[in-house]
Design a protein around this ligand. Structure first.
Ligand SMILES: [Fe+2]
Length: 350
């Protein structure tokens, strides 16, 4: 079996498993930020993905399954208890996914979440957040249950062949995979072999909440877009002007652009790029025609850091303002770079 692992800066790990003979492949826990890398990996190894498999509903990173599924027309598989409505194949304990000549067995291991699973293939076990190298998944996030984790670990996972190599969904220190036997022997959490002691150990952990917890659960459970996705999709549909180019134009008698500042009024009044018209982001659809009577005008959108102006430029393009572009950066950077700033109502407020 071909195995490639990709580890993010936050220590989340996903795996590409490939059948060497047939080139059929599956991704375990695909991450949104790695979508292009999976496609490059598949191309370089001559693989074709047959399944996208999430071991559980992630609360700490954004699953790439939905985006990959739509791009590649490949089914998403998860345990039947997964809340996401877009799962194509709801699997149960004891079932197998066939990937070329590989047989990927599903073991239901609730505890970290109720839909947690491990995937077993060719001498390897992909443990999701049920078992980590030197640790276990936490049980204090939605649907977590320390009693269930105890059963899943001691009653199920640790009963498997001890020679299985463990590949978790988190590997914060980049540790090499070890066997189940090694984890049984050295993993500190697994030394609490009695139910009460193990449960108490899990309940007494005081862990910080993951960054982006709400956003990750929202997008992973519903298939909705992350904020970063919304911004990057907008950025792909507009073009940008550098601060240097804008500064050069403002120094001339005719800059050749209309500048639109889309921040709220207090930020605009406190300081804006000279000549900028004020039109808050929330009013663009309703007031764009009045503010920009010429639909062919070349209009440069600005905001505080350059994200909202990108979304606003895409909105204007949707409305037919084909000359809408965004500043590469925001008024904050413009100000910090020492470029001129005007305060007060500004010109031609509409
Ligand atoms: Fe998790």
């Amino acid at each position: 079996m071909l195995i490639e692992s990709l580890r993010s800066e936050r220590g989340c790990v996903s795996y590409v498993l490939g059948c060497e003979k047939t080139r059929a492949a599956l991704i375990v826990d695909p991450e949104l930020s790695f979508v292009d890398r999976y496609l490059v990996l598949a191309a370089s190894h001559g693989l074709r993905f047959h399944y996208l498999f999430d071991t559980h509903t992630h609360a700490d990173h954004f699953s790439g399954a939905r985006l990959l599924a739509s791009r590649l027309d490949v089914p998403i598989a998860m345990h039947r208890l997964a809340p996401a409505p877009f799962v194509d194949l709801r699997v149960e304990d004891g079932e197998e996914l066939i990937v070329g000549e590989l047989r990927v067995g599903i073991l239901h291991t609730p505890g970290h979440t109720q839909d947690s699973t491990c995937a077993i293939a060719a001498g390897h076990v992909f443990t999701g957040d049920t078992l980590l190298l030197g640790g276990t998944g936490r049980t204090d996030l939605p649907t977590g249950d320390p009693e269930a984790l105890y059963e899943s670990l001691f009653g199920r996972l640790l009963q498997l062949d001890e020679r299985l190599l463990v590949h978790p969904a988190h590997n914060y220190k980049g540790l090499p995979a070890t066997t189940l036997a090694e984890q049984k022997h050295s993993n500190p959490r697994l030394q609490q072999k009695e139910r009460a002691g193990f449960v108490e150990q899990m309940r007494s952990l005081s862990l910080d909440m993951p960054e982006h917890l709400t956003e990750a659960l929202r997008t992973n459970c519903t298939g909705g877009k992350t904020v970063e996705q919304i911004i990057s999709e907008a950025a792909a549909r507009v073009s940008f002007m550098s601060m240097q180019e804008l500064a050069r134009r403002l120094a001339t008698s005719d800059p050749g652009i209309t500048i639109l500042d889309v921040r709220e009024a207090d930020a605009y009044l406190a300081g804006h790029i000279p000549g900028a018209i004020h039109l808050p982001r929330g009013q663009i659809e309703l007031r764009a025609d009045a503010a920009l009577p010429d639909p062919m005008v070349r209009v440069l959108l600005t905001c505080e850091v350059g994200k909202i102006s990108t979304i606003a430029a895409a909105t204007l393009r949707d409305m037919g303002f084909r000359g809408a572009i965004a500043l590469d950066g925001g008024v904050k950077s413009w100000r910090e770079a020492g470029h001129p700033v005007a305060s007060g109502p500004g010109p031609a407020r509409r």
